[in-house]
Write a protein that binds this ligand. Structure first.
Ligand SMILES: [Zn+2]
Ligand SMILES: [Zn+2]
Length: 346
């Protein structure tokens, strides 16, 4: 019996450029209803704070990049390596190998990222696309999207007050990249995060803390289906979460538009069945079933082929005889809401 847990796997503390420490962030996560968080400071693996705080499981990963390179592109998120890896930052492939050698999972953070021109900040996308061996892509990074939607200074003030008007969904180019990788036959996990820092932001007379952690933890999260409920044993629960993450047993939910808890995506063929992140061998036709917790526009996407079925409401059913990686997107009020990992039909 699987259990759903909700978490956020990309955020910063004052060990790099964030504002709050682990324990305070855990309190914000508890208030937002998260089950777990993974703190990922830039180029430092902070030993110590892993454990339950305010009934939220706090794990520590790392966001590694070469800080001698300008702009500082190629941000890699590392989970479960349980070691300092920033010494490998100059060579992304070596970094991925070093993490793997320690049983770590690596994800390409904000694969597309755009400059903030009026602040003279360069974009920090991933550029070394010849790398191999990473587990997945951060298909939706809240702060990276927000930054990309700011048109100019005045717009920045407006959107700092009404961030929900700026946020629309993962970048189309990121979804296309993901589909291209999936259509080429790879297993590529998608996840989504806040990238929370809680910056102090000032533009002329306008000063405020933008994007407090708690607000962001109500926005773009990763929902995972773990094999059994969390036990409060930190090492065991870490294993449950990272093994679901590695398989892609989950989805990205923009929970501000309505909680995505309870979403389900299944496929069945003869007596075999699969859930998201799993493979299913065809025996004739494959029946897909999607259920979303609130009415939405639901789309079933076959990687490389585009949308193969669409429905409005809370359910979508579709039958196919074609192999491929099938994933679900759901939209509410024209904004991205749910982006599932694929079921791989063989
Ligand atoms: Zn980053
Ligand atoms: Zn970050």
């Amino acid at each position: 019996m699987t259990h759903e847990v909700v978490g956020n796997l990309h955020m910063h503390t004052p060990y790099s450029d964030g504002t709050w420490y682990h324990e305070q962030i855990a309190r914000a996560a508890a208030q937002a209803g998260l089950d777990f968080i993974v703190v990922t400071d830039h180029n430092v693996w902070v030993q110590g704070p892993q454990g339950y705080h305010h009934e939220v499981l706090v794990l520590v990963g790392q966001e590694v990049h070469n800080n001698r390179r300008y702009p500082q592109v190629n941000h890699l998120l590392v989970y479960g390596a349980e070691a300092e890896l920033s010494q490998c930052a100059a060579n992304p492939q070596e970094l991925i190998e070093a993490a793997r050698a320690r049983g770590g999972l690596t994800f390409i953070a904000h694969p597309f990222d755009y400059p903030l021109k009026f602040m003279h900040e360069p974009g920090i996308p991933w550029v070394d696309w010849n790398v191999q061996g990473y587990v997945g892509l951060e298909i939706w990074n809240y702060m990276s999207e927000y930054k990309a939607r700011l048109p100019h200074r005045l717009g920045a003030i407006y959107y700092a007050r009404y961030p929900q008007r700026a946020i629309r969904g993962p970048f189309k180019e990121t979804l296309k990249l993901w589909d291209d990788l999936l259509a080429a036959g790879g297993h590529v996990v998608g996840f989504g995060n806040s990238d929370a820092h809680a910056f102090n932001f000032s533009l002329g007379p306008f000063k405020r803390v933008i994007f407090p952690y708690e607000y962001l933890f109500r926005c773009v999260n990763t929902h995972l289906l773990i094999d059994e409920g969390l036990t409060s044993d930190v090492e065991y629960d870490k294993y449950l979460i990272y093994s679901a993450l590695e398989k892609g047993r989950g989805w990205v939910g923009y929970d501000l538009l309505g909680s995505t808890q309870g979403f389900s995506f299944k496929a069945r063929s003869a007596s075999e069945h699969a859930i998201l992140g799993e493979e299913l061998r065809r025996a004739g036709a494959v029946n897909f079933e999607v259920e979303v917790p609130q009415p939405a526009t639901i789309q079933l996407v076959r990687a490389g082929k585009g949308v193969v079925a669409r429905a409005n409401g809370t359910k979508l059913k579709f039958t196919s005889v074609e192999a491929g990686a099938y994933r679900v997107e759901a939209y509410r009020r024209g904004r991205g809401w749910i982006f599932s990992n694929p079921i791989y039909i063989l």
